[in-house]
Design a protein around this ligand. Structure first.
Ligand SMILES: Cc1cc2nc3c(=O)[nH]c(=O)nc-3n(C[C@H](O)[C@H](O)[C@H](O)COP(=O)(O)OP(=O)(O)OC[C@H]3O[C@@H](n4cnc5c(N)ncnc54)[C@H](O)[C@@H]3O)c2cc1C
Length: 328
């Protein structure tokens, strides 16, 4: 792989928005490295039999004019729709949340199924090593992996890191999330928009019927379990966890109608504490940035990790790196 000006680790919404922002600022030599088979990260959509299910974020809300402008444009292009919620709309992608990130990454160079294993400091920047032992040099690095994974990647004694910032990052904890996906032989009794997040049994956070949501031809249901429930059940066998989930939501669909079931285990779903800035440079001198959903603008209105915080963090980090690289 040839050397790059800017390397972005992670093709979630933060990484892809950072890459788009750098391009807008006239920087061309940007390369995104993603360990999974697809872009999107926690904006994840899965094909199950003839159906489809979102099993990461279901929707996004908008509290800033920056995201509102993009959302209006995406609605106009037919990429997203107003799903429900008045006066605070929940927007969702018309064909699964993952497809929105795919659309946004059309002009971005992304290497998939490549995990960054190591970042070393070298003259003029960094040397990045992938899990296939490939190495390349880069002038700047932006890590957008969930913070605990970013911290793990930075446990490297050749890097001259800012100890205070690293300490701040090391204190960020994430909760896990378990999501059961079920294809059913019959439709559910969920409301016509297919979404319920109130009055649910203990441990259940949200239930979504994707046929009613409008992204699936057949009834595919995602059941989201709460953070504490998920942390407790995370080590258990998948079949036992799925059985427990079905038992919890038996009032919403009959377990006998389940035809196919799958479990998604998110080790890092959402942060329980946040950084009060939309990105940080963890290096004492060189551009080695960390961004993502746990990095909130100081005036953030919601105070939690979500699509919008990741989206804005990526844009802000991209702008900062463009400014810094042009000054070098
Ligand atoms: C179950 C669940 C439900 C949610 N529901 C909602 C919701 O309804 N509304 C909402 O607004 N938000 C929701 N969220 C939160 C939202 O999905 C996230 O805040 C947002 O998608 C995070 O984006 P990101 O780019 O910061 O991180 P991610 O999407 O996690 O992207 C980071 C990427 O980095 C990659 N990566 C990590 N380490 C490496 C490495 N070493 N080398 C290469 N690649 C690497 C990962 O594979 C990943 O693709 C939900 C999240 C979960 C898990």
């Amino acid at each position: 792989m040839q050397d790059r000006d800017v390397t972005i680790i992670g093709a979630g919404i933060a990484g892809i928005m950072a890459a788009n922002t750098l391009r807008k600022k006239g920087m061309k030599d940007i390369h995104v490295i993603e360990k999974s088979k697809s872009v999107g990260g926690r904006l994840a959509t899965r094909q199950i039999e003839q159906g489809k299910a979102d099993h990461g974020a279901q929707f996004f809300t908008v509290r800033t004019s920056t995201l509102q402008e993009y959302a209006n444009d995406w609605v106009e292009k037919g990429w997203v729709k107003h799903w429900f919620g008045d006066p605070y709309p929940r927007y969702t992608s018309v064909d699964g949340m993952n497809h929105l990130v795919k659309r946004l990454s059309e002009n971005i160079q992304v290497t998939l199924q490549a995990k960054v294993m190591d970042i070393q400091e070298v003259s003029g920047g960094f040397q990045v090593t992938l899990d296939n032992d490939e190495t390349f040099k880069t002038g700047a690095v932006l890590i957008t992996a969930p913070v605990p994974q970013a911290v793990e990647l930075l446990q490297n004694h050749t890097l001259t890191l800012n100890a205070e910032r690293m300490k701040e990052l090391s204190n960020i904890q994430f909760q896990s999330s378990l999501v059961g996906m079920f294809t059913l032989s019959e439709s559910t009794s969920l409301p016509s928009n297919g979404h319920v997040d109130e009055g649910l049994p203990e441990g259940v956070e949200r239930i979504v019927d994707h046929q009613k949501k409008g992204i699936s031809n057949i009834p595919v249901i995602s059941v989201y379990m709460e953070g504490e429930w998920s942390d407790y059940h995370f080590p258990h066998q998948d079949n036992l966890t799925l059985r427990a989930i079905k038992k919890s939501v038996a009032d919403y669909f009959d377990p006998l109608h389940v035809q196919e079931e799958q479990l998604k285990k998110w080790r890092y779903a959402q942060a329980s504490s946040m950084i009060n800035h939309s990105y940080v440079n963890v290096h004492q001198v060189l551009p080695l940035y960390v961004a993502g959903d746990a990095f909130l603008r100081p005036d953030d209105q919601a105070g939690r990790t979500r699509f919008e915080s990741a989206f804005l963090s990526g844009i802000d980090a991209g702008n900062q790196i463009a400014t810094m690289m042009k000054g070098i």
